[in-house]
Design a protein around this ligand. Structure first.
Ligand SMILES: [Zn+2]
Length: 266
């Protein structure tokens, strides 16, 4: 028990911006939900099945009490969700194999809303990261990299968010949204040490990608992705603490994700 307490204190000291004499106070601050809800409106890849929910029972039972129950069916990759490394790289981690330490940590939030406003097929460049570093310092080891493209404002309107409301192969051909350039992913794995990467679009790669190279480059290094993340505009460039917990699907290549951020008041 004593060891556990010591471990917790060291953890809090290591992960906080406070001076070593201060404790990270989880009560002093607020939580921000970075998750879109699942419903009939939830957006999925044009070739994917969507989220379906059916009523099992709603109402007064014969026994005299009120009761509600539903059943749902969903593809792994839709709505706010996690991409496990195995999604695009053989013999890499599945959803259930990702450690909690990799799904929680300090966020670095990069704003590319201006670039995307000019070009919705924008691919995040290395200079977007180095410009951020000029202002805020090097992306610390163990950061969770989050890219705010501004696209979340269009959720759940398919035409505005995906660039098309067509389904099937026709829909895939018409996809138009920003992503992370493969050169940027390569620069990240060679020069920085991030735990995970997330953004407010349906894919780490931009909509017109056919090889999904950013997925391949990050996933080879067992760096998972968070996609269709919400509310990134509410986060500061540094200091937010992320907790991203996917449904623990055994051998899953992805899963619905509840992702939240904690921000200190000061
Ligand atoms: Zn995915």
């Amino acid at each position: 028990m004593k060891n556990k307490a010591l471990l917790l204190i060291s953890f809090l000291l290591l992960t906080s911006n406070c001076t070593p004499t201060e404790k990270y106070d989880w009560e002093d601050g607020r939580w921000i939900d970075l998750t879109h809800e699942y419903s009939d409106e939830t957006l999925f890849w044009p070739t994917s099945s969507t989220f379906k929910i059916d009523t099992v029972f709603v109402g007064q039972t014969d026994a005299g009490f009120y009761y509600e129950s539903f059943e749902f069916c969903t593809a792994e990759h839709g709505g706010t969700h996690l991409d496990a490394p195995i999604h695009f790289f053989e013999n890499r981690k599945t959803v259930d194999q990702l450690e909690l330490n990799q799904l929680t940590g300090r966020a670095v939030v990069i704003d590319v809303t201006k670039q995307v406003a000019e070009n919705r097929d924008y691919e995040v460049q290395v200079r977007d990261l180095t410009n951020w570093e000029t202002e805020h310092g090097l992306i610390p080891d163990g950061s969770i990299l989050l890219i705010n493209t501004g696209l979340a404002a269009y959720w759940p309107e398919a035409k505005e968010y995906l660039g098309t409301d067509k389904r099937g192969d026709e829909g895939v051909a018409a996809l138009s949204f920003p992503g992370i350039h493969p050169d940027t992913a390569q620069w990240l794995v060679e020069n920085r040490s991030i735990k995970a990467a997330g953004l407010d679009t349906p894919s780490l790669d931009y909509g017109q990608s056919v090889l999904f190279e950013t997925h391949q480059i990050l996933f080879e290094q067992n760096i998972p992705g968070f996609e269709n993340v919400a509310n990134l505009h509410l986060l500061p460039p540094t200091g937010a603490y992320i907790v991203a917990l996917p449904m623990k699907i055994k051998d899953g290549s992805g899963a619905p994700l509840r992702i939240v951020a904690h921000i200190m008041n000061k």
